[in-house]
Design a protein around this ligand. Structure first.
Ligand code: PEP
Length: 247
């Protein structure tokens, strides 16, 4: 059986502050996080403030598809890296829906991340209507194919996040069974492109994860940790969630 180190990632979205950086750093650096990887994705301007956080990995929430140049307001992979990031979220559902990021653009972003040495956390997930129409597996397959069918070499350098859109920020997480089923489908789909990488790739669950439901979700065979939004803004609860990945 492939051993995968659990990863718990925080997505602060457009939230947070200097004070939260300090509070989160103090709490997490004192905790025993051995055996798990913890990743914090704050707004990019806060990244350089995590000076005491050697045990923690840092990530961006988005990146430009371009390497450098006249792209006012954009942040390149290299700039994120220089600010302390080693990961970057790509294709979060808010980017897909609110900023019209499509498959072609997301492939370019994953390529930019990998070629610069950042690990992309590539987010996929169905919306409520697609789930109700029993199109979940089909939707996930299409989103994954957009990157990994033509570029299977990117898989070994990626983390995948399964984030059903209907579960994000709603308080209604997927059940462990629903999530496991989707994660298994994702791994199976990815195995078509690179079976070895598919067995090793970490697949995180995201969508209303909290201290109460994290343990059951993380104990499923194909769930290798979580991507946490709202609850990652509460240091004590986020730490609890991280510790559930150790159980
Ligand atoms: C997210 O936005 O990645 C997320 C999972 O949010 P929440 O935990 O608040 O549902």
């Amino acid at each position: 059986m492939t051993q995968r180190t659990p990863l718990v990632a925080a997505n602060w979205k457009m939230n947070g502050s200097k004070a939260l950086v300090a509070e989160m750093t103090t709490l997490l650096t004192r905790a025993d996080l051995q055996g798990i990887d913890v990743l914090l994705c704050p707004p990019a301007t806060l990244l350089p403030l995590f000076t005491q956080a050697e045990k923690l990995a840092l990530g961006g929430q988005n990146l430009s598809q371009f390497q450098a140049g006249a792209y006012t307001g954009e942040l390149s992979a290299s700039l994120l890296q220089q600010a302390g990031a080693s990961y970057v979220l790509v294709g979060h559902s808010e980017r897909r829906t609110l900023f019209a990021e499509d498959d072609e653009l997301l492939l370019a972003k994953v390529q930019q991340a990998v070629s610069t040495g950042l690990t992309p956390v590539f987010c996929v997930g169905e919306n409520l209507q697609q789930r109700q129409q029993e199109k979940t597996t089909e939707v996930l397959a299409k989103q994954l194919a957009a990157v990994y069918a033509s570029h299977p070499e990117l898989l070994a350098k990626s983390v995948i996040a399964y984030e059903p859109v209907w579960a994000i920020g709603t308080g209604e997480a997927a059940t462990p069974e629903q999530a496991q089923q989707a994660h298994a489908a994702i791994r199976q789909q990815l195995a078509r492109y690179d079976a070895t990488a598919a067995s090793k790739v970490r697949i995180l669950y995201g969508g209303s994860v909290n201290a109460g439901n994290a343990g059951a979700l993380f104990s499923e065979a194909d769930i290798d940790g979580g991507l946490v939004g709202g609850a990652s803004l509460k240091p004590a609860e986020f730490l609890e969630i991280c510790l559930r990945a150790k159980d």
